[in-house]
Structure formats: C-alpha cells, structure tokens
Design a protein around this ligand. Structure first.
Ligand SMILES: NC(=O)c1ccc[n+]([C@@H]2O[C@H](COP(=O)([O-])OP(=O)(O)OC[C@H]3O[C@@H](n4cnc5c(N)ncnc54)[C@H](OP(=O)(O)O)[C@@H]3O)[C@@H](O)[C@H]2O)c1
Length: 370
C-alpha cells in the first residue's frame, strides 16, 4: 500500500472518531468471509462501520466487491488506483491510509510478509490512536500469538498487536488443550502431528498439485512450523510443549486433516477422550470419515459454508494405546477458526468488559456435531 490522501466523497477524516470501526486489509480466502461475517453480525457486535482495503482493481473481483458493499462494508483503495476502480464501476469511499487512520481496529489479511511490512510502514504510526491491530497465520513476529479459548488470559491491555495463529495451529492447540491441559496443568508428555493439507482453497486457482507432495522438516527440533507455532502459542501461558509435526499436501481442495498422537503423563481411556472432546464447546465431533461430507455439512449449516469450531474430531478414529496415548484423526475448519479468533480479538479491543456477551451471536456457527 502507499499513503493516500484521497479526499472522501462523504466527509473528512475521523468524522466517526468515537465510533467502532473495523477495517479489514485484504479480501482473499480469509478477508472476504471475515468482512461478510462482520457485516452480517454488525448490530450484535456493536460495530458502527466495516471498511475494507482492496489491493488490485481486477474485473473478475468486481462482483465480490459489489457483494461486500451491498452487505454494508465500505471500500478503501490506494490513491493512485481510484480511477482504475472507478473504471470498473466501483466507487471507493476512502483512501488506503485514511481507512487505517480512522479505524478502531485493523485486521490485516494479506499474504506472508505484507502484514509485517504494513506494520512497519503504517500501523506503528497510528498505534497510539487505534485500539488494536491483528494479522493472520503467516505473519510470525507481528505480535502476541492468539487463539480464542486457548490463551485468552495471556493477552493484556499492553498487547496492541496480535497474531492470530493459523488454522492448523488452532486445531493442534485445541487437541492439546482438550486432552492434555487440566486446570492450567500440562499433562502432555509428547505430541506428534501429521498435517495433511489440502493443496489450495476452493476459492483459489493457483497452486493445485497433481499428486501428494511431502514436506521437509525445516525446524530441527519440532519439524514443521505447525508444531513451532503451537509451541510459541502455549509459551504465552508459560507452558513448554514437547511437540513435533510433519506436513504433506494432498491433491484435494476440501479440508485439511490432522493425524495426532498425544501422549499424556496420566492414564486415559477411549471413553474419557471421547467425552472430553464432546464436552469442549470449541470442538465439533463427527462420525463422518470423509472430508467432503464434513465440508458439505458446513456448506449447509455454517455461515456461508464456514463453521467456527477449532477442529472436527472424528470419533470412530479415536484410539488409546498404552493407556496414556490418544491417537486419531480430525479435520480443520480452515478459515472458520481464525475468523472467530479474529472477531474475538477485535471485539475485545473495542469492548474489553463486554465482548464475550456480544460474541454470543456467533454461537450458532459453533457446531457440536457435524
Ligand atoms: N486461507 C486460509 O484458509 C487461511 C486460514 C487461516 C489463516 N490464513 C492466513 O491469512 C493470511 C491471508 O491468507 P489468504 O489465504 O486469505 O490469502 P489470499 O487469498 O492470497 O488473499 C490475500 C489478499 O491480500 C491482498 N494483497 C496482496 N498484496 C497486498 C499488498 N501488498 N497490500 C495489501 N493487500 C494485499 C490481495 O488483494 P488483491 O487480490 O486485490 O491483490 C488479497 O485480497 C495469511 O497469513 C494466511 O496464512 C489463511
């Protein structure tokens, strides 16, 4: 982005300085549904305005932008691209930097590295005025890591920059929390995870692969970044996890799937583990073993196809070995879990004393069974 002093067609800077404005930067796989959900739940979440930044004026993206503005979000673009958007029949309401400036909370949903760049160039400039900034999965180093229901107590009023962890990190984190953490005590002896990733999202045309592609282990101690991230997430609570992950990509567009092997320092039965998953409100359970059935269920019963659970645990795959080791499979609701953590953190910035009540409106998308 570049600085932009594009003059508003509808007023001046900060006309809504005392209003609650959420600004989303990026309209991709995560940005688009996030903007949509914020608009749909605007009233319950007590948001006065949702604004979003669109980077490229692309003809095929026109219906997406029109759809989002019809749902109530206001478009911001770079000053030097206003004309290009106008030529597409789209009327930007704010300049890129101006939209940041007037926001209460900024949620960055751009590709790897861009969020950090935006922080340096723009967000730091306004950090005393804006309540908080969030960035997504790939922006390691943006701020304190967060996943709702996992490390809420680690976030303090000093944390203006929050890094919402990736979808698979949410999934691994909730498996560990459900089975291994009891009253803040860590019972996890060792956690091993295999992330079976979908090649690309159904919204993307690039990066599909013709056959499974295995990943290397870049981290000497923990394998792939998934274990590294979950380790750092729990570190915010002072918990040191012994975890290792591997990853591979599958030639599918549907869902990520995770194989887990969670070894505890205490005995556990298959019935105990099953009940613990059922009892966790952030976990959906399923008897379905096929990703397309789980995905399709979300399409019917989620918000525009998305369920907001952190994982979908496949009950028939739960297996207990050596009386202390739980092994099984689960599916990752890929963007739903990050979206819920993003909205939670944004609401918390704006309403530190009452955000939990406001978030109840999203409860319908936290399914208990799929
Ligand atoms: N995809 C998921 O399921 C998922 C789940 C959890 C977390 N995440 C995380 O979310 C982040 C975004 O991923 P994504 O899958 O949503 O990416 P994406 O689909 O590729 O979308 C990226 C968006 O960023 C915009 N953009 C590109 N360059 C930009 C720049 N220089 N300045 C501002 N905006 C720019 C793009 O705009 P234009 O198209 O207009 O150029 C696009 O709207 C990543 O950190 C990812 O790890 C993704």
């Amino acid at each position: 982005m570049v600085d932009s002093d594009y003059k508003l067609p509808y007023g001046g800077y900060n006309i809504m300085a005392d209003k609650n404005i959420i600004h989303v930067v990026g309209t991709g796989t995560i940005g688009e549904p996030l903007i949509g959900l914020l608009c749909d739940a605007k009233e319950d979440l007590e948001i006065d305005e949702v604004t979003f930044y669109k980077h490229s004026p692309i003809l095929t993206d026109r219906p997406k932008i029109k759809g989002l503005t019809t749902r109530g979000a206001n478009l911001a673009v770079r000053n030097d691209k206003v004309k290009d958007f106008q030529e597409l029949g789209l009327e930007p309401m704010y300049g890129a930097e101006e939209a940041i400036k007037r926001a209460s909370v900024v949620i960055d949903c751009t590709p790897k590295g861009t969020g950090l760049m935006n922080k340096e160039k723009y967000y730091n400039k306004y950090k005393n005025k804006i309540k908080g900034f969030l960035a997504q999965g790939s922006e390691f180093g943006f701020g304190k890591m967060f996943a709702v229901g996992i490390n809420d107590e680690a976030i303090t009023p000093k944390d203006k920059f929050i890094h919402i962890v990736s979808c698979n990190t949410h999934n691994m984190a909730v498996l560990i929390k459900t089975l291994g953490i009891e009253n803040k005590k860590n019972h996890l002896k060792e956690g091993r995870f295999l992330c079976l990733r979908r090649a690309n999202d159904i919204s993307q045309v690039k990066s599909f692969i013709p056959s499974p592609e295995v990943g290397t282990h870049k981290d000497e101690k923990m394998g792939t970044h998934h274990a590294v991230d979950v380790h750092h997430l729990y570190k915010t609570l002072g918990i040191n996890l012994n975890v290792f992950s591997s990853a591979l990509k599958l030639n599918t567009q549907y869902m990520h799937c995770i194989w887990y092997d969670i070894k505890l320092d205490k005995k556990i039965t298959k019935d105990d583990a099953t009940q613990m998953f059922i009892d966790n409100p952030r976990v959906a359970v399923t008897y379905k073993t096929s990703a397309n059935l789980v995905f399709s269920f979300g399409r019917e019963h989620g918000h525009y196809g998305r369920i907001l659970d952190q994982t979908v645990v496949v009950i028939p795959t739960i297996h207990v070995a050596n009386e202390n080791e739980v092994i099984g499979f689960c599916f990752t609701p890929q963007d739903g879990n990050s979206i819920l953590s993003s909205i939670t953190a944004a609401e918390r910035f704006m309403f530190p004393d009452s955000y939990e009540d406001k978030l109840k409106c999203l409860g319908a998308f936290l399914l208990q069974e799929v």
